[in-house]
Design a protein around this ligand. Structure first.
Ligand code: PA5
Length: 419
């Protein structure tokens, strides 16, 4: 169960928040039903559409084969095509399965060379995930990896190649010609909303994540968010709070946590909100805070800089790790820590930070039970739904990203691409 708590004193905003929650109630109802304006982008809204029994069986069967025949799995993808899987694979406390190596998210030569070096002497599979195979990072890395595979596996290389893309695309045609296994990137789901589809689930399953639990978490969250009314709906409340703070000049949201395993979840969240909201000169700019480390850098700005940031802490309620500090006879001035658990010290730092920041800026906390597959499923659905609502309130399309084309077209011209 996700919980949303407001940590700072927002008494002065309460009436405005209430008016906002009343004012957008019809948007909530429309989003819950599936807004017909966006019908071609709502495949994620009902988890049964893209992660039903048929899809899960195929994913699990393929993942079992991969885990049996390989010790590494290369996830080729960028943005929405890799962030969700990576955040779970690097974030869950326990998993058993292939090591996942990430490719197709950079154009840097050293990164590519080092990625290939990691594969030397290991058995591996690759999955090229690209909705639009024109995206240069994954498409070019896929070429390099196929060539490397030929040198390693010869004629049997094709057995180890998977692609997840759009039926009828050039990636799909390549798969037909070369005999690669092909999974659908659902046409009605954009990259950043694709966590609970073949896109996110196949790499997670190859890495040994219990994808059924993840889908269950997302589905339970769906039941909640698509049925609860404006006053009880946590995603709606979160979306209204974002808009409220934005209206009052807090144009940046910092997602902060004292949980280092959330590093890649941050990337997913950042992408979800930045690409969905940043349009028509509007939108909250998403930034992240990896604490406690960044308290020693951005912490200063948050506390004393201009009041432009509101903060959302992400927390897990269950104690997952423990490391007790033993007494030491040497005089290091740290005896007050004797017998304390780093778990509690980290939590004390978190509590103190929330208190300090709450005095300067709007702060809220979203907490989940534990960093496991079920709760990642909950978080994905929660933020996707909230993002669609937040964009609706802002009056922008949550599902397109026209601004990304600006650099791409110039880059293609520089590289001599003609069609
Ligand atoms: O959310 C999105 O749509 C984007 O971030 C895409 O996921 C990203 O650009 C990768 O696109 P593609 O899957 O076409 O390579």
């Amino acid at each position: 169960m996700l919980r949303l708590e407001i940590n700072s004193d927002i008494t002065g905003f309460l009436q405005e928040l209430q008016d906002m929650m009343n004012g957008h109630a019809s948007l909530l109802a429309k989003t819950q039903r599936g807004d017909p304006v966006y019908k071609d982008s709502l495949g994620w809204l009902d988890t049964g559409i893209c992660a039903g029994e048929r899809e899960l069986e195929r994913i699990e069967k393929k993942a079992a084969q991969i885990r049996m025949r390989a010790d590494a799995f290369v996830l080729i993808g960028v943005g929405g095509s890799n962030n969700a899987a990576r955040s779970v694979i690097e974030g869950v406390a326990h998993r058993s399965g292939c090591d996942v190596i990430y490719a197709g998210n950079t154009l840097h030569p050293r990164a590519l060379r080092e990625m290939l070096q990691k594969l030397d002497g290991r058995d591996f599979y690759i999955d090229c995930i690209a909705k639009n195979f024109e995206t240069l990072e994954p498409a070019s890395a896929f070429r390099g990896l196929r060539q490397y595979m030929d040198s390693r596996y010869g004629a049997s290389a094709a057995e180890r190649v998977i692609a997840t893309g759009t039926p009828g695309s050039s990636l799909w045609r390549l798969c037909q010609e070369e005999g690669y296994d092909f999974f659908d990137f659902p046409e009605t789901v954009g990259g950043r909303y694709s966590a609970v589809t073949n896109v996110g689930l196949l790499p997670m399953a190859a890495a040994g994540i219990d994808v059924r639990e993840l889908v269950k978490g997302a589905n339970d969250m769906q039941m909640q968010l698509r049925s609860l009314g404006p006053q009880e709906n946590p995603a709606y409340r979160y979306a209204c709070l974002r808009r409220l703070f934005d209206r009052h000049g807090y144009h940046m949201e910092m997602l902060s946590s004292f949980e280092p395993e959330l590093r890649y979840f941050y990337q997913w969240w950042k992408q979800l909100f930045a690409e969905s909201e940043g349009k028509d000169g509007k939108g909250v700019f998403p930034v992240t805070g990896e604490f406690s480390e960044e308290l020693h850098s951005t912490g200063q700005y948050i506390q004393d800089g201009p009041p432009a940031i509101f903060e959302t802490f992400l927390d897990f309620r269950q104690k997952m790790d423990s490391f007790v500090i033993e007494p030491d006879s040497r005089r290091d001035g740290l005896d007050y820590l004797d017998g304390l658990d780093f778990y509690d010290i980290n939590k004390a730092a978190q509590q103190a930070t929330i208190r300090a920041h709450s005095e300067k800026l709007p702060v809220m906390t979203i907490s989940a039970e534990a960093p496991d597959a079920y709760n990642f499923g909950q978080l994905f659905y929660f933020f996707e739904f909230a993002c669609a609502l937040s964009c609706g309130m802002l009056g922008v399309n949550p599902f397109d990203q026209p601004g990304v084309e600006a650099y791409k077209q110039r880059m293609f011209k520089l590289l001599g691409k003609t069609k």
